[in-house]
Design a protein around this ligand. Sequence first.
Ligand code: OAD
Ligand code: ZN
Length: 369
Amino acid sequence: MSFSISDLLADANFEQPPQIAQVQNKDEDDQVALFDSDTDLSEEEMEELVNVDNNSSDNNFYIQDKINHPELNIVKDSSMDSLVELLQKKKFKNIIVMTGAGVSTAVGIPDFRSPNTGIYSNLGKFDLPNPEDMFDIDYFLYNPQPFYFLFKDLYPDKIKPSKTHFFIRLLADKGLLLRNYTQNIDTLERLAGIPDELLIESHGTLHSAHCVGIKDKPGCHKEYSREFIKEKISAKEIPYCTECGGLVKPDVVFFGEELPQKFFDSYYEDFQKCDLLLVFGTSLKVQPFCNLIDFAKIDTPRCLINNRLAGVTGHPRKGFDFSGTFQKYRRDVFYKGNCDDGSEILAKSMGFEDELNELVKNAEPTAIF
Ligand code: OAD
Ligand code: ZN
């Protein structure tokens, strides 16, 4: 699992992260479709890397460097206290927040991969060949019913955004949010009032829908509203296009489909500009989204707020390095706990805890489906 010094030195482009796709190229064929990462480690393997022996000779290179050059330690250790200390010293102005399903579980929407409670553990009644087929475009065109009927089961009748959504909204209000990259399709960011231009719904959204045709017959792409889908699903009907009879599919990115153009147009410049990266409630298992954390500059502080470890690789350029061992700068912090508790700590240290509580208190629940 460890990387030798020669591996590190051989890496000539060490300070330049690889690009996800041809960034400037707007040709759809060159873009990257959504896919499950098959290279990730188990939680135990990640734990091992986080608790790695800093004195082992394999890891001495960077440790020694950090002892001799204290400026390489952006944070003193991987605790939230270190980030709080940093927030009190420096005003970050270009904060990127990456979010996953864990920011919505507190308000009643299950995540995907949590054992027992996650969506993928609870699809038995739909009789799918694989749980991921629920969000697979080929399967959808072959059998659309499970996808449409999932949401009625899944979403509470009325829902309001979580404290974490409102924390992000407040970052936007204060001019500190560079962008919120979310994987969620539940539209709670919109409900929380995060402005459209600061939001990148990387896996699409339930907010709008288009005709996608049927198997072997492309659709006419006519746009439909969320209300159209809502009415059909409530009546237990499949939504078909009034023009061509194709399936009307919410604008959610399925496995095998490309991410929205806005993602490809924005991520590279955004992450180069980012001065603080906050990652909330995601297992970081789906590509290309999970790779975004590698695009922050190598001395940009990054903080994962999640109830279990995620994104640890032990690689000098990829993923988080909570041990402060594998990467040149020590800059990664892990808060193991609830997203909303993490948001509260951050809001407090940035001086807007009361405003946050007020927003949460005054929010009105709304029906999504
Ligand atoms: P996952 O279910 O994979 O990960 C959610 C993470 O949040 C897990 O590590 C949980 O342990 C953690 N978590 C849950 N509730 C939490 C809470 N209240 N506080 C802190 N942590 C919490 O969800 P994503 O990473 O968002 O794509 O999944 C990524 C993509 O995989 C989704 O966008 C979806 C799915 O397939 C599509 O459907 C296209
Ligand atoms: Zn159509």
